[in-house]
Design a protein around this ligand. Structure first.
Ligand SMILES: Nc1nc2c(ncn2[C@@H]2O[C@H](COP(=O)(O)OP(=O)(O)O)[C@@H](O)[C@H]2O)c(=O)[nH]1
Ligand SMILES: [Mg+2]
Length: 657
């Protein structure tokens, strides 16, 4: 088993994530034990735990055919099989996008294949994944490398179909056959991929820790399957773009870089690595090492100029020699293959990026919940201290003083109850505001918009018509987001006023209520629009039959735009439900607090003996509360604990530098 750097990182990350899940569960139990839980929060935490468990790290390999993607995947992940596990050879290239991952819910390893004919249906691959009916299932025997290789070769299968059928499937590229037509050679049949998508469930340690490898077949597949560019690639934590040293940057490499990867580069600051593969083709027996290095460097420099990126982001390697070196345990060949540097860069980029996302989303949400509980405890301590002070001041005082305090507390209760009535009114208004907010983010309305745009776009046959249709769609989406954003501001002002009133009149903690903004969703929609424009302009798209492109484009675009909307809707919903929770918690505490104080004062007014014992009780309560605070502080510390990458051993450090 190779214990390379990426492996150590992925393992450490999985451990960190499991610890986090355990701690979140512990918090849930603790909150219940200490009477601090709330059903709304509990549900949310169950969701978070499920999402964390299902969370994956995806590394995608993108390039024109035959640049060595599959060979590199074999080298990076499957070298322990001491052979080329995934088929990678001239003339047998991967024909369909292939996801390699570990499926915890399955009882056996499998390869699932989606027939190419499903392109005719209006269903996205993501939707197909939810059901098994359309997929062809082949079980795998991970013990037998031969049978594995045999099963994996399914992804290279193609089939011969008539030109009409290929055209129907949107897989016939007129230009490709133009030269034949020009020579009066009629094309009647062509080869197309047999499968549209493959899912391989494989019990590999890295995959078991949550890594997903996405192998893609080349420019044609990217052009004809928009879901790849629009959905699958943007969700990957890292994309490796491969070029080959023996071909240099070709026209179609450039086309991929500009049309299919440019928005990934905009939206992902890290994670995009360019690999210059097949440097062994520059290893000339007659030249010395230095001369070879110079020629590799000069090709890297040329590539960096052509792609307009830093030369540091280009990794010259030989995937083939690296695989060979790993199989034969040849350290010198391995060092020459350049693979170590690439592995180092991958682990440097992939895991921290993932950790960053989890911190932003999960950790901030959970720690806010824990913090809210902590504040309740602090409030309890303060009110206990106040009560103790109050009772201590009564020691040795006459009955009048006690009666006076009793009356004062009763008055306080009356004012408080009146304010609670007022709060009910405020909350009704807030509910109506939030209702309006959610109306702006209504999914049914979005679906209607989708349907009408689809209709107008498929009716238009000009590029300008398509362009304006698309623009209108996005403008409408942006307008809905704007409406939601304005309404959220109104709600927020009201919430602030409510919080402020309780702060001013009853000494409640000065809480800054959370603000709901649509910024993130608007940003995502803008990026999607950008991607859509790039896709629409790409040569492959303009080549394919218009109505087909419209249809394909919509399936991917719509599911993604709708998804952004759905997320905005969910977040707004959650915000509306939770925004008043911290106040509700304080109200409950305050109400109990007044009641307790009244009860104590009544008892004391009847018998002075209770005073001492009540003070002693308060002392005990204080001790308990302090213990709870230290428990909660510890929980906060563990939940917020950053992921620390494992220290690599000296040898790896030396190899990588
Ligand atoms: N010389 C050389 N050939 C390679 C290297 N990597 C891959 N190849 C060959 O290039 C061809 C295509 O590789 P493959 O992995 O199938 O490419 P893909 O289409 O990008 O997945 C195969 O014949 C590989 O053996 C390399 O580093 N050096
Ligand atoms: Mg391949």
């Amino acid at each position: 088993m190779p214990s390379n750097e990426l492996m150590l990182q992925v393992e450490a990350y999985a451990k960190w994530k499991n610890d986090l899940i355990r701690e979140i569960k512990a918090y849930l139990d603790w909150a219940e034990e200490n009477d601090l839980n709330d059903p709304e929060n509990d549900l949310r935490i169950y969701d978070i735990i499920e999402a964390l468990k299902a969370d994956k790290i995806t590394i995608a390999f993108v390039a024109e055919v035959s640049r060595g993607k599959t060979e590199l995947i074999n080298t990076l992940f499957f070298s322990q099989y001491k052979r080329r596990l995934l088929p990678s050879q001239a003339g047998r290239t991967t024909m369909c996008p292939t996801e390699i991952f570990f499926d915890e819910s399955a009882d056996r390893p499998y390869i699932r294949l989606l027939p190419i004919e499903t392109r005719l249906q209006g269903t996205s691959i993501a939707e197909f994944k939810k059901e098994q009916i359309e997929w062809t299932n082949i079980y795998l025997d991970p013990e037998s490398a031969d049978s594995l290789a045999e099963a994996f070769s399914e992804v290279t299968r193609s089939k011969r179909v008539s030109v009409e059928r290929a055209r129907e499937l949107g897989l016939y590229d007129e230009q490709e056959f133009q030269h034949l037509a020009a020579q009066d050679i009629p094309t009647t049949h062509i080869e197309i991929p047999k499968w549209r998508h493959a899912m391989i469930n494989f019990p590999h340690p890295l995959l078991q820790q949550g890594l997903v490898v996405l192998d893609t077949p080349g420019l044609n597949a990217l052009g004809t399957e928009p879901e790849l560019t629009l959905n699958m690639l943007p969700n990957a934590q890292s994309v490796l773009f491969l070029l080959a040293a023996d071909t240099g940057v070709t026209k179609s490499d450039m086309e991929m870089w500009q049309h299919h990867l440019s928005s990934y580069r905009v939206s992902h600051k890290k994670g995009m690595l360019v690999v210059l593969n097949k440097i062994d083709t520059l290893w000339d027996e007659l030249q010395n090492k230095e001369a070879i290095n110079i020629s590799i460097q000069s090709q890297c420099k040329k590539t960096s100029e052509e792609l307009n990126i830093d030369i540091e982001n280009i990794f010259p390697i030989s995937a083939q020699k690296a695989l060979l070196a790993k199989i034969k345990n040849d350290d010198i060949l391995l060092a020459n293959s350049g693979i170590n540097k690439l592995e180092h860069a991958l682990s440097r980029d992939v895991i921290p990026e993932k950790h960053h996302i989890i911190s932003e989303k999960v950790i901030s949400e959970v720690s806010t919940m824990i913090d809210t509980d902590k504040q309740v405890l602090v409030d309890r301590i303060n009110s206990t201290l106040k009560q103790r002070e109050e009772l201590q001041s009564l020691c040795g005082k006459n009955a009048d003083v006690i009666m006076h305090l009793l009356q004062k507390t009763r008055d306080e209760q009356i004012v408080y109850n009146k304010n609670l009535e007022g709060l009910k009114k405020g909350r009704r208004i807030l509910d109506s505001y939030n209702y309006k907010l959610l109306e702006h983010l209504d999914l049914i309305a979005v679906d209607k918009l989708v349907a009408s745009t689809r209709k107008s776009m498929s009716g238009s046959w000009t590029t300008t018509g398509m362009k304006s249709g698309m623009k209108e769609f996005f403008d409408n989406m942006a307008a809905a987001m704007d409406g939601a954003s304005n309404q959220a501001m109104e709600s927020h002002k009201l919430v602030q006023a409510i919080y402020h009133k309780f702060h001013k009149e009853h000494g409640f903690r000065n809480v800054k209520p959370k603000l709901f903004t649509t910024n993130r969703f608007q940003r995502e929609l803008n990026l999607l629009y950008r991607e859509a424009e790039l896709f629409r302009k790409s040569p492959v798209t303009t080549m394919t039959e218009q109505s087909f492109v419209v249809k394909k484009f919509f399936i991917s675009m719509v599911s993604k735009a709708r998804n952004i909307f759905f997320n905005a809707n969910q977040e707004a919903n959650r915000w509306a439900k939770e925004i008043i929770n911290p106040l509700k918690a304080q109200i409950r505490e305050h109400k109990l607090d007044i009641e307790k104080r009244l009860l104590t004062l009544r008892k004391i007014s009847q018998s002075r003996d209770t005073l001492e014992s009540r003070i002693a009780e308060l002392e005990n309560t204080l001790k308990d509360l302090e213990q709870q605070i230290s428990a909660i502080n510890l929980m906060l510390e563990v939940v917020k604990r950053p992921f620390t990458p494992p220290v690599k051993d000296k040898k790896q450090a030396a190899d990588a530098s």
